[in-house]
Design a protein around this ligand. Structure first.
Ligand code: FMN
Length: 334
């Protein structure tokens, strides 16, 4: 399949793996890129720019296909040295950066000077337009369903994607709730040029996380996520667990007086406990409603090949047959 996204990034299939803390390591990013999608290393999972350079080098040993690095500008508990991270990415010759969180405006000149294509993750049309105005090459439009930070507007992809298509000139991918060929074909119909998946890629053989995490996603339904940190205007969609129940109790108790200190231990430093140790109740970790559509743990290549083959069938058989049926009945009536 050829879209403006496959052209922009030089990839075979319009499928991107979104940056994921403690998941977006070289194993997963290279597997996605080797299967014809665009894999993404998560920059801030590497504690220093030097460690990021090493992780990029590891990924370059595993694939000769393009891959990107995610840089998240969210309120974090530390203050990462972003210019140094960008220098490490540029020096390694990586040509795609997925930015997320705050606007990447102050870093655009550095990224562009290094010939890097920037895809910014946005949860609203106004932020997508801002990204276009500051020179981003593409955007990833994350609907309310998404795992991670859906923003504060609560607009699901059925509305958000066609609204983005109405306003944007640069290409965009649909993100949030994407799992299979149905998601891809629907995203294309709504105006996107491809899709970005997070949660779905965790339940793959190559995802370098504890098996408990994959099993938890398999077991979860579309009803098993919650939104936390809304009073802090830093809303996150996470998988329900005992740590998350505790956060919700604290949030209810404190109301608008909630501060990050009240829940700090249940939201900070949780990812290694969950992703590495498999401690599923340690606290909050991002997970999308799309868990309800995930029923197996294929290899990344099996997943991507299946999506592309089924998308072909969906378009050329199921959808085309609806038109054939209509033509036949009209002819019969005539
Ligand atoms: C476990 C997990 C960790 C994530 N970490 C990040 C991150 O560090 N930076 C970021 O920009 N997005 C992060 N995301 C969001 C994903 O890149 C992607 O936008 C989102 O998962 C899409 O929604 P989906 O899960 O429904 O596919 C994370 C998502 C998950 C599930």
């Amino acid at each position: 399949m050829k879209t403006r996204i496959t052209d922009l990034f030089g990839i075979a299939h319009p499928i991107i793996q979104g940056g994921m803390h403690f998941v977006g390591l070289a194993e997963l990013a290279s597997a996605v890129s080797n299967a014809g999608g665009l894999g993404m290393i998560t920059g801030l999972t590497q504690r220093t720019p030097e460690l990021l350079a090493k992780e990029i080098a590891r990924c370059q040993e595993m694939t000769d296909k393009p891959f990107g690095v995610n840089l998240t500008f969210l309120p974090t508990f530390a203050n990462p040295p972003y210019p140094e991270y960008i220098a490490a990415i540029a020096e390694a010759g990586v040509k795609v950066v997925e930015t997320a969180g705050r606007s990447p405006e102050e870093h655009m000149s550095g990224l562009k000077a290094a010939g890097i294509k920037v895809i910014h993750k946005c949860t609203s049309v106004r932020h997508a337009l801002k990204a276009e105005a500051i020179g981003c090459d593409a955007v990833s439009v994350d609907g309310f369903e998404c795992g991670g930070h859906p923003g504060e507007d609560d607009v699901p992809n059925m509305i958000l994607l066609p609204r983005a298509a109405e306003e944007l000139s640069i290409p965009f991918v649909a993100s949030g709730g994407m799992a299979d060929a149905r998601s891809l074909v629907a995203a294309l119909a709504l105006g996107a040029e491809g899709m970005n998946m997070g949660t779905r890629f965790i339940a793959t053989k190559e995802a370098p996380v504890h098996d408990n995490v994959k099993q938890a996603i398999l077991k979860a339904t579309e009803l098993d996520t919650s939104l936390i940190m809304r009073p802090l205007r830093n809303t996150e969609r996470v998988l329900n667990n005992m740590g998350v129940s505790r956060i919700r109790e604290i949030e209810q108790d404190k109301g608008v007086a909630l501060t990050i200190d009240d829940i700090h231990d249940l939201v900070a430093g949780v990812y290694p406990k969950v992703m590495v140790n498999g401690d599923m109740d340690a606290g909050a970790w991002s997970c999308g409603m799309v868990a309800g559509l995930i029923h197996d743990i294929p290899t990344v290549r099996e997943l991507i090949d299946r999506i592309m083959a089924e998308a072909d069938r969906l378009v050329h058989q199921r959808l085309a047959s609806l038109y054939a049926y209509r033509r036949t009945t009209l002819l019969e009536r005539a």
